[in-house]
Design a protein around this ligand. Structure first.
Ligand code: KG4
Ligand code: ZN
Length: 336
C-alpha cells in the first residue's frame, strides 16, 4: 500500500483541529473549530474556557475529519498529536483523544511539536529542500530556525522579550481593537503611512535575535502623551508605523540569516505569516537580495493553528518510527 494516511490532532491553544493527511503533503480534510468568539470579550485566551471548548469539539472534529476524507480508522497508518508547546489543559484534551483513538484502533501514536508543525505547513505547499531557514512568527514565538535536514531544528535567533504576534495584540489593545488584533492592524496599516518612525530594535546587532517590547513601549508612550495633550493620532498612521518597524526588523534579520547559512529555501510560518505587509516585503527582499533562495509562505488558512500542519510534520516522525508511549504527557514549554 503506497498511500500513508495520518490522522492529526491539534489543540494547543484556541483552535480544535483534526486533519487527515496523505504522505505528509496532501490534505484530505482539515477541520478547524475556532473558539476566538468565546475569548474575545476577555481580551485574550482564557485557558479554562479553552479546555472546555476542546472537550466539546474534539470528538465532533475527529468524526468530521474522517467523513470529509472519506476514510475509516482501518485506512490509517498512525495518529499524530501536538504535545507542546501550548496551554497544558488544552494540550491534554487533544492528547487524551489521540491516545484513546490510537488505543481503540491499534494505531501507533506520533508526538508532534507545535512549532515544527508551523514549519511543515510549507510541505503542504511544495516539497522541502534542505538546508533551509524558517522564520517562525506567532503569538508566542518569534525565532529563526535553521534546518540542515528533515527533522533537525537549530534555533539561531529568537526574541529576547515579546513575540511579534504578542506585540500586535498588545498594541491592538491600545488602539481599542479586539483580540487578536494582528489582522486588523495589518488592514489599518495599508491605509496609513510610516510617520512616527519607531525604533528598529537590534537591527544593526550582529546576531539573529529580536526584541519587540521597546517598540510596544514607544507606541504606548506616544499615544499616551498625545492623549494628555488632548491630541488624537491617526490610527492608520500609528498602525502603519508600528507595522513598518516590525517588518523591517523581521525582513532584515531573516535575509541576513539566509546569507549566512547555505540555504535553498526560506519558510515564513506561524500566525503572523498571514500578514500582508510581511509577505509582500519578504518577497521583494528575497527577489532583490537572494533570488536563488526559494520563498515558501503557506496560504493564510495554513498559517494559523491547524491540524494539517501537524500531519505534515508527523510524516517525518513516522519514517523515523518515532512513536510515543501511551504515557506521553503534555509539555507546555516544549522546545525543539
Ligand atoms: O500561530 P498562531 O495562530 O497561534 C500561536 O501559536 O500563537 O498566531 C496567532 C498570532 C496572534 O498574535 C495574531 O494577532 C497574529 O498571529 N496574526 C497576525 C495576523 N494574523 C494573525 N499578525 C499580523 N498580521 C496578521 N495579518
Ligand atoms: Zn501556533
Amino acid at each position: 500500500n503506497e498511500t500513508e494516511l495520518i490522522l492529526a490532532i491539534e489543540s494547543s491553544c484556541d483552535e480544535t483541529s483534526v486533519a487527515v493527511i496523505e504522505n505528509g503533503e496532501t490534505i484530505l480534510s482539515n477541520i478547524v473549530a475556532s473558539q476566538i468568539k468565546s475569548h474575545k470579550r476577555f481580551g485574550g485566551v482564557v485557558p479554562e474556557v479553552a479546555s472546555r471548548h476542546h472537550v466539546e469539539q474534539i470528538t465532533i472534529c475527529i468524526e468530521e475529519a474522517l467523513t470529509e476524507a472519506n476514510v475509516t480508522a482501518k485506512d490509517l497508518r498512525a495518529v499524530a498529536v501536538t504535545y507542546g508547546p501550548g496551554l497544558v489543559g488544552a494540550l491534554l484534551i487533544g492528547l487524551s483523544a489521540a491516545k484513546a483513538f490510537a488505543w481503540a484502533n491499534d494505531l501507533p501514536l506520533l508526538p508532534i511539536n507545535h512549532m515544527a508543525g508551523h514549519i511543515y505547513a510549507a510541505r503542504l505547499v511544495e516539497p522541502l529542500e534542505f538546508p533551509l531557514m524558517a522564520l517562525l512568527v506567532s503569538g508566542g514565538h518569534t525565532e529563526l530556525v535553521y534546518m540542515e535536514k528533515d527533522g533537525s531544528f537549530e534555533i539561531i535567533g529568537e526574541t529576547r522579550d515579546d513575540a511579534a504576534g504578542e506585540a500586535y495584540d498588545k498594541v491592538g489593545r491600545v488602539l481599542g481593537l479586539s483580540y487578536p488584533s494582528g489582522k486588523e492592524i495589518d488592514t489599518l496599516a495599508h491605509q496609513g503611512t510610516d510617520t512616527y518612525n519607531f525604533p528598529r530594535a537590534m537591527i544593526k546587532e550582529d546576531n539573529f535575535d529580536f526584541s519587540f517590547s521597546g517598540l510596544k513601549s514607544a507606541f504606548i508612550n506616544l499615544t499616551h502623551n498625545a492623549e494628555q495633550r488632548g491630541e488624537i493620532l491617526d490610527p492608520n498612521n500609528l498602525a502603519a508605523s508600528f507595522q513598518a518597524s516590525v517588518i523591517e526588523v523581521l525582513v532584515t534579520k531573516t535575509i541576513r540569516a539566509c546569507k549566512t547559512y547555505p540555504v535553498k529555501q526560506l519558510i515564513v510560518a506561524g500566525g503572523v505569516a498571514a500578514n500582508r505587509g510581511l509577505r509582500e516585503q519578504m518577497t521583494n527582499a528575497i527577489e532583490q537580495e537572494i533570488p536563488n533562495v526559494r520563498l515558501i509562505v503557506p496560504p493564510v488558512r495554513l498559517c494559523g493553528d491547524n491540524a494539517a500542519m501537524i500531519g505534515a510534520a508527523a510524516h517525518v516522525e513516522l519514517q523515523k518510527h518515532h512513536f510515543a508511549k501511551m504515557s506521553l504527557n503534555a509539555d507546555p514549554s516544549l522546545a525543539f
